[in-house]
Each structure stands twice: as C-alpha cells, then as structure tokens.
Design a protein around this ligand. Sequence first.
Ligand SMILES: [Zn+2]
Length: 322
Amino acid sequence: MERREFLRKNGELFLSLPFLAATRPDFSLRPGLAEYESYAFTIGKFKCRVFKDQMFKYLGKDYFINVPDEEVSRALERYQQKPDNIPSPFVSMLIENGSDKILIDTGIGYSREPITFRGKSYQFQGRLLEILAREGVRPEEITTLVLTHFHPDHIGGVYSDAGTPNFPKARVVLHEAEWDFWRSDRSAGQSPMFYLFIRNNIEPLNKGNLELLRGQEAEISPGVTAIRIPGHTPGQIAVRLASEGKGLIYISDAFLHPLHIEHLDWQTNYDLDHAEARKSRSRLLSLAAEAGLPIQAFHFEFPGIGRAEKAGNGWKWASAKI
Ligand SMILES: [Zn+2]
C-alpha cells in the first residue's frame, strides 16, 4: 500500500498516539526572561548557544513503558517531577566558527494560526526565530542546518507556515538512513502527525540544498562530526564538536530523561527499536566518558548540559554549566 494511502485509511489512528499527549502547548513559559531561553558557552574556537524553542509536558507512562508506576514515581521524586508532568524543552543549538554558522535542529516551528488536523486544533508556536532575532542572528546567516532526526520537535522550523525556507542560505545535512526510512514503507504506521511535519519540512528539501550523510561517522564541517545513533529512529545522529582539545556531544533524543542514563534498560514509547536504542545509549556514554566530553541533551532541563559519570556498575547524570 502507498504510504499516503495507508495514512488516509488509518487517519483516526493517530488520535490515540502518544506524541499528541505531548503536543499541547504549555503556557507556563515565562516570557521575556532571556536567561531561560538562550545559554551561551564556548568549545575551543566554537561559540555555542542553546536556545529554548518551547516547553512541553511529557508523561511517565510514555517515557518509561517497562517500569512499574510506583518505581517511576519514586525515581521522578528525585527530580521534583511527577509522572503526569515531566516538563521538557525543545531546543536548537547554534555553533559559530567565524562566518560559519551551524544550527542543529529547528524546534517545533511557528504557526500564526492553530493548525487544524483531522478535526483537531493544535498550537505550534516555537520561539526559535524570535530568539534568534533578539540575539542578533539573521536566518540568512545560517550556513548549515543539521537535522538529527525527523520528529516534529526537531524539524518543525525548517520551513515557515507559508512554505518558505526559514534558513534560505543553509545547506541541510541529515543522515541518509533517516531520509530513506521515512520515504519507505518501513515507516508506515507512524503517527500521521509526524508525516504532516515531514510533508511541510522535509519533502520540499528535495529541491533544496540537501546533503545526505552516510556511514557510522561523517564530517559535517571541520571539528563537527555526525555519529549515527540508531534506535530512537533509524537515522538519528549525535553531533560531536572538537576544537583546541575541547569537545561536546549533542545527543539529541538518545536519552529523553536523566533516568534513562541511570537505567539503560528503561524503555520509552518514543524509541522505534529498543535494542538498538540501548546499544546507541551505551556507546554514547562510553564515548563521552572516554574522551571526558560534556553532553548536551535536547530534552533534559534547559540548557541540558552536563556529564555522564560512572556510578557503581552504571551511570548517572551530573548537570553542569560549562
Ligand atoms: Zn525530541
């Protein structure tokens, strides 16, 4: 069956899918507090900034699907969180090296009007473009756009709601395995909301300045390397920065919560392949620890920067500003 055909026929399926529980806007974002929305640091000669696009609320039953409720509640208490409210940012990271400006992920995107999709209304008003403007970064200055995977909170801001590219001069870099997966029948049955975002933000790239990465590791630009970490999606990538003996790994959605670092076997509803995801998680932690690298974790408490440290036989997350 053609994928589109499949989607049309199974349109109602999406209403019960977990992503949508997380798509309702959280109005608790405090406007005007720049320190909550942009965090700057340097890695060697790279000037980096993490931007907070929008906040969302996730649920314990989606984040930890193979763990008894009682245990999830107890574990979340240490993070002052409850299973019915796990706040998480959507972020985007800018790396500047002279005139080279690399943006990793684009947030959920901004629509002036609520999006009506199959009879329901959704408000997607990510603030990435507004924050970039306030920080003095013009969209046409972005030279490279890196998309770590095709979930809405990462690709929503590639195009405007009018269908024009938000970063018109950027080459767009992503992994071939992600591109192939979402264009094949293997992705049939994913949330149709995912396809809405892919139709608006990925399909038009066919005509754009698209560059597909291949293999396990691939250089994006000098000192910026993509590392394939399948599991969450087949072609998800992490991005490793290396400059003047310093470094950092942007791990995207390899870990959604610090508890996934403490418990590598705790699975989430958002990973497509749990065994692959676990392998990628393990590999990332070893990689970061062996090289002594800090981590940026997309969904962790903003700005999501810290280190994975050995703890007994496992690991723990130590949030740390750099
Ligand atoms: Zn995500």
